[in-house]
Each structure stands twice: as structure tokens, then as C-alpha cells.
Design a protein around this ligand. Structure first.
Ligand code: 13P
Length: 252
């Protein structure tokens, strides 16, 4: 059975102290309610991963990375490898976030290499993808999403999908306050699950968690999460606030 997941992507926010306080606050808040089959993940900046992980110890919070390099080690100034992440206890990494694609020029080919490296290193991947506003306006959103999945993930063997979580994030909904409607999210998630089923099989499709990301807030989380193929969310802005993030976790 696939898990429900609420993941906070903290992006380039929070210094050391703020990170610790945020983990501490979330930890305390979610202690009060049961989390049946639900995982709570947070992705702080690289420099704060270690302390966040320490603060999250023996709690329901898993600390994950926002990115990693596709090589193991070497002359790659400013980069971080899977081995480095694992050496501080990080087992999951976000790959392919739209900001990595658009601001840092990460291509589908590069992302496939990163995915391969993570799989080989036995890490879990939260693979992000989603269409631009223009794609949706021109009715190309399904084509784009299919292309991103084919390029980034569909070369993998079925067995590797144990290590894959999908995060559909329409770019026009990220940080804009504009959310996909629950119906739009469900329509795309069902399409994605069908693609996985056709490429692999029903078991892989049924066991893969598909998260929605893009302006999820306490006010809309319930409706989005109630959709059959939406297994949780990848939350940006609202995950920086203890109360908002807690409300979103409650919604699931
Ligand atoms: P917002 O929730 O701020 O729109 O960000 C979504 C996102 O990019 C999560 O990865």
C-alpha cells in the first residue's frame, strides 16, 4: 500500500536557529495526533540537514535533501554527493524541482543521471515535474508531463520504483497563490498513474505515492488531499510556518 506523505520543501530559507526551531515546533505539534500510514518530511538547506536530523531524532519527522550531484566525488566545486548525504543519515532526496530546472538549467538528461545515482546509492527520490502556464494554456500539459516522466524515470527497472515518489508541481501554481483545482490535480494524477501502469504494471502504479505541489495551504489542503490519486503534498511557503504546516498534515 502506498504511503501518504506531507513534505515541506524549505528551499533557501531559514538559518541554523530557525531550522532547529521549526523542526522542534513541528515535532511538538504532530505529537498530538495520530499519523496512520502518513510520513512527514522536511527538506532544509544542505548546511542545516545535520542539525535538523538531530532535532528530528526519534520523532515522526524525516529530514530529506533538496538536491544532490550525479557523481560520487571529485572536482565539482559547490556540490554535494549521495555519499555525503548518507554519511549524515539522509536517505531521501528531491530531484528535478522546477526551480532546479528553470533557474539552474537542469535538463531532463541530467536529472535522469541524478536519479540513477540516487537509486544506485539506495536513496529514495522525490521526483518533481510539471508543466508551465503556457503548456496548460495550449493544452500541452499532459504531453509535457509524459515527456518529463519518460525522460527522467521510465528507463528504470520496475524494482527501482520502490525508491520513487512522484511530485506533480504545475509551475504556474508554485509560489503564486494560484492552486490547481482538486479536479485538475486528480485529473493529472490519474493520468500519471495510468502512464506508470502502462509502462510497468498495476502493482507499481498502485504502490507509487503521487504528491501535489503548488500553493497548498491549510485552506485548500483538505479538498486536494481528498482526491483518490493525490497521496499528499510537497509544500513550499506554508511549510515554513508551524501552524500552517501542522494544519496541512492534519488535513491528510
Ligand atoms: P509553494 O507551496 O510555495 O507554492 O511551493 C511549492 C513547491 O515548490 C514545493 O516544492
Amino acid at each position: 500500500m502506498r504511503s501518504k506523505i506531507v513534505a515541506g520543501n524549505w528551499k533557501m530559507n531559514n538559518d541554523a536557529k530557525e531550522t532547529k526551531n521549526l523542526v522542534k515546533g513541528i515535532r511538538k505539534a504532530i505529537k498530538r495526533f495520530p499519523l496512520a500510514n502518513t510520513r512527514v518530511l522536511v527538506a532544509p538547506a544542505f548546511v542545516n540537514l545535520r542539525s535538523a536530523n538531530k532535532k528530528a531524532k526519534k520523532s515522526n519527522i524525516e529530514v530529506v535533501a533538496q538536491n544532490m550531484h550525479q557523481e560520487n566525488s571529485g572536482a565539482f566545486t559547490g556540490e554535494i554527493s549521495a555519499d555525503m548525504l548518507q554519511s549524515i543519515g539522509i536517505k531521501t532526496v528531491i530531484i528535478g524541482h522546477s526551480e532546479r530546472r528553470s533557474i539552474f538549467g537542469e535538463t531532463d538528461e541530467l536529472l535522469a543521471q541524478k536519479v540513477n545515482q540516487a537509486i544506485e546509492k539506495e536513496m529514495e527520490v522525490i521526483f518533481c515535474f510539471g508543466e508551465q502556464l503556457e503548456d496548460r494554456k495550449t493544452d500541452n500539459h499532459f504531453t509535457i508531463v509524459q515527456y518529463q516522466l519518460e525522460k527522467g524515470l521510465f528507463h528504470l527497472e520496475a524494482i527501482a520504483w520502490n525508491q520513487i515518489v512522484l511530485a506533480y508541481e504545475p509551475v504556474w501554481a508554485i509560489g503564486t497563490g494560484e492552486t490547481a483545482s482538486p479536479e485538475q490535480a486528480q485529473e493529472m494524477h490519474a493520468f500519471i498513474r495510468k502512464l506508470v501502469q502502462e509502462k510497468y504494471n498495476t502493482s507499481v502504479a498502485d504502490n507509487t505515492s503521487i504528491l501535489y505541489g503548488g500553493s497548498v495551504k491549510p485552506s485548500n489542503a483538505n479538498k486536494i488531499f481528498s482526491k483518490e490519486d493525490v497521496d499528499g503534498g510537497l509544500i513550499g511557503g506554508a511549510s515554513l510556518n508551524i501552524e500552517d504546516f501542522t494544519e496541512i498534515i492534519k488535513a491528510i
